[in-house]
Write a protein that binds this ligand. Structure first.
Ligand code: KE4
Length: 427
């Protein structure tokens, strides 16, 4: 059981005096689950330790990047070696070429690759490229999908099936939202109706959504979406910031067997440091400055330390047995939780792809954002708090995916299932 958190509380009080909400990213504030955030002090393998020294088995993995766990020695050594030569040059370096080559080797659809510092930059620029290439202004996103916080993607679904976007955040202008249309996940009919206008530059999808909770595409969706976009001259953008190197070394596009026009990767690709990338068809990517008229830039793009961390992570992930192990760990936890919930007559269902999964507190099935929102958020909050009290750190939202890392042992996942058994008994 984890102990009290006086130091975390003190730091949180201080943090709130200067950082809005006391956090540098909103979801870390744990507001949906009715408790204060823990201030973490260190991580080691499959565990994190808060400022009060309490230990937690970690199923957040920094929201995906830490597929190998915390403070992996080989990654720390790779960063250390890179650091010995300096941290950034504002000039091209060889390691950026190695990184781009490794990304393309994993995902051949990425014929050309540009590195950036966050998933937001990657998706924002992929959309700008799509508009520049097709000379169309409108884009289509999926209700409940999150692609980072650029204006045209912070758009909520209006009412009805295929709707003109409305600002999903204060500060997003009607103009910025106007060119973004929104349709439900897994709804090919609504998607086709929008594409048939011939006005859509691109459809951007989370290849396997994680931001409504884990909600995989229905079996025929990827292939039909690919055909629909091609038929209407609309580019298909696979946002693989979560799924890239997570669900398979080649990402969801490898599982789906389809070739997107553009792909965005991040999180795991940076190995725990700030790096992301976008890439795709050469004829599209070569519109990018300095070759073409679509501008994009970044002071720390391709940062050598982040490249080193990302390259080492990818090297380790290529080792035999990696994804079988990740899938097994995810399966044991997800199925263990579901069995315990069912044994207690608690309405629950699980969506899982490999080592990313979500336990929804409802009968299910959960196939889109509207169905995900029918989950019992009170019960999820109680589950989150009970698991935290038993030393297991979960993403603080029903609408996020949990991740098992390679650093978890069989005993660790046994401990996680035992904590769930006890927690589900009490909620
Ligand atoms: P960043 O700008 O946060 O690096 O990436 C944005 C992004 C893009 N695409 C997908 C599919 C993503 O999931 C994300 C970011 N994910 C969130 C939560 N799942 C990161 C956590 C946070 O916002 O603090």
């Amino acid at each position: 059981m984890s102990g009290d958190i006086p130091r975390s509380r003190d730091i949180f009080a201080r943090a709130q005096e200067i950082i809005p909400g006391g956090v540098n990213s909103p979801v870390r504030a744990c507001r949906q689950v009715g408790c204060e955030p823990l201030f973490m002090a260190r991580g080691e393998g499959g565990r994190v330790y808060d400022a009060d020294g309490n230990e937690y088995l970690d199923l957040v993995g920094s929201w995906g990047p830490l597929i190998l766990g915390h403070a992996h020695l080989e990654i720390l050594e790779a960063i250390g070696r890179a650091m010995a030569s300096g941290t950034t040059f504002g000039a091209p370096t060889e390691i950026e070429v190695e990184f781009a080559e490794a990304i393309r080797a994993a995902m051949p659809s990425m014929e050309r690759v540009r590195a950036v510092s966050s998933g937001t930059e990657a998706t924002m620029t992929a959309l700008r490229l799509a508009r520049g290439f097709t000379r169309r202004d409108k884009i289509l996103k999926i209700d409940g999908a999150y692609h980072g916080h650029s204006d045209s993607l912070l758009v909520a679904a209006g009412s009805g099936a295929a709707t003109l976007g409305i600002p999903g955040s204060a500060g997003v202008t009607a103009g910025a939202a106007r060119d973004t249309l929104v349709v439900p996940h897994n709804d090919l009919a609504a998607t086709e109706a929008v594409l048939a206008t011939g006005e859509i530059a691109a459809v951007i999808v989370e290849a396997i959504p994680g931001n409504m909770g884990c909600v995989p595409p229905l079996p025929d969706y990827p292939e039909k979406l690919r055909a629909l976009t091609a038929a209407h001259g609309t580019l298909l953008i696979y946002d693989e910031v979560i799924t890239g190197f997570r669900v398979a070394y080649g990402g969801a596009q490898a599982l789906h067997g389809i070739t997107p026009d553009l792909t965005c990767v991040g999180k795991i690709a940076g190995g725990g440091l700030p790096a992301a990338a976008f890439g795709g068809r050469a004829d599209i990517m070569e519109l990018l400055a300095p070759l073409g008229p679509v501008y994009q830039a970044g002071t720390l793009s391709g940062n050598p330390l982040a490249m080193a961390a990302g390259l080492k992570t990818l090297e380790i992930l290529r080792r035999p047995g990696t994804y079988e192990r990740l899938d097994r760990l995810g399966q044991i936890v997800a199925e263990g939780w579901l069995a315990e919930a069912r044994a207690r007559g608690i309405p629950a269902c699980v969506n899982r792809v490999g080592s990313m999964f979500t336990l929804f507190f409802q009968e299910g099935p959960v196939t889109d954002y509207a169905s995900a929102k029918r989950s019992d958020l009170q019960r999820f909050g109680a589950f989150f708090r009970g698991m935290r009290a038993r030393g297991v750190s979960l993403p603080p939202s029903q609408f996020e995916a949990a991740f098992t890392s390679l650093a978890l042992s069989d005993d660790d996942v046994g401990q996680i299932c035992e904590a769930a058994r006890e927690t589900l008994r009490e909620i």
